[in-house]
Design a binder for this molecule. Structure first.
Ligand code: SF4
Length: 328
């Protein structure tokens, strides 16, 4: 029997989502976007939603807005009415984001001049019909700036399997850390670091060691200071998706905990499986499931506590992929 954690073993992350992503028919044409991944995620998170364009009273339905570059500044412009609504959108955004607390991650609507993160068309000049470039919407850009350490994605990029797994891993790890922060106990931090050690090793071995040093608290700082230092390093560590070679290093390290107990044939099978993963013939999850089953068989408690075995609820695993592969 594999180790499967029940849904209530995970914290409920606080997730911000653009409101048109399945929560309200608030798009410019009165429509709503139904996204299978977000629908699946709903029972596992506490969702906060807003529609910035509705909040600044553009109405539903409304004439569409676009981003334009005028006098070297990015503006939000409504061609049908000739209105420049940049200041209204910026002041709503700043006020709203300043009040947004304890959020663990964001899913924003891609290509939107308000919520988009990087693929939004930007035109040259108010009357310009020519595309100048692509960039972020006004709300999306402010989110990325203010919440730079948190996972911020759009529903388009989350169709990629690797980006989705990385997003969910960060979201649930950060939510678990937020619970720990509320309690403010050193013992919880020590346990958190111990249980996440191998996951963090896959993300960044050097930073994982630095987190260990912070947890050991050689400078005798008070608990709040230690937790705050740990948090800022951890958010940095979790930013970049591990390369497959880093996963292999971590898997080999984890295998060291049980390899002596295995028969020669089993050892060879596992080492061959690592090579199959290296050659992209099997997914990482095969290696993780094998390790999990060995850890259960030999009652390897330290391995069984490691979060890389289940970084987020199993029900959220979905092998569908946009086809862009693992090396993004
Ligand atoms: S993308 Fe953002 S502004 Fe546009 S409808 Fe959706 S929530 Fe509203």
């Amino acid at each position: 029997m594999l180790k499967i954690l029940p849904m209530d073993s995970f914290p409920k992350p606080k997730l911000f989502a653009s409101r048109c992503l399945g929560f309200e028919s608030c798009r410019y044409d009165g429509g709503i976007i139904h996204d299978a991944f977000i629908d699946k995620l709903k029972p596992y998170v506490e969702v906060i939603t807003v529609c910035p364009e509705k909040k600044i009273e553009l109405g539903v339905p409304r004439d569409p807005v676009r981003l334009v570059i005028q006098n070297n500044r990015k503006h939000m412009y409504q061609p049908a009415t000739g209105r420049d609504i940049t200041d209204r959108m910026e002041s709503f955004t700043n006020e709203y984001l300043d009040k947004l607390e304890d959020v663990d991650g964001f899913i924003l609507k891609h290509k939107s001049p308000s919520c988009g993160l990087g693929s939004v068309k930007i035109f040259s000049g108010f009357e310009g019909k020519v595309q100048h470039s692509r960039g972020a919407g006004l709300f999306g850009e402010a989110v990325m700036k203010k919440f730079a350490g948190l996972p911020v994605e759009d529903e388009g990029r989350l169709r990629n399997f690797s980006i989705r797994e990385h997003f969910l891993t960060r979201l649930f790890t950060i939510a678990a850390f937020r619970e720990l922060k509320k309690q403010g106990k050193m013992k919880d931090l020590v346990d958190f670091h111990s249980n996440n050690k191998m996951l963090f090793m896959a993300y960044n071995q050097k930073q994982m060691r630095e987190l260990g040093r912070i947890t050991a608290n050689p400078d005798h700082l008070n608990t709040q200071e230690v937790i705050s230092q740990y948090e800022s390093h951890m958010l940095g560590l979790l930013k970049t998706m591990p390369r497959f070679t880093s996963w292999i290093n971590m898997i080999q390290h984890a295998f060291g905990f049980i390899s002596d107990d295995l028969e020669a044939g089993e050892k060879k099978f596992f080492l061959n499986s690592i090579e199959e993963y290296r050659d992209e013939r099997i997914p990482l999850s095969v290696l993780i499931k094998l390790l999990n089953s060995y850890a259960l068989r030999f009652n390897q408690d330290y391995l069984l506590r490691q979060t890389f075995l289940n970084p987020f609820p199993l029900e959220l695993v979905d092998i569908t992929d946009s086809g862009k592969g693992r090396n993004l």
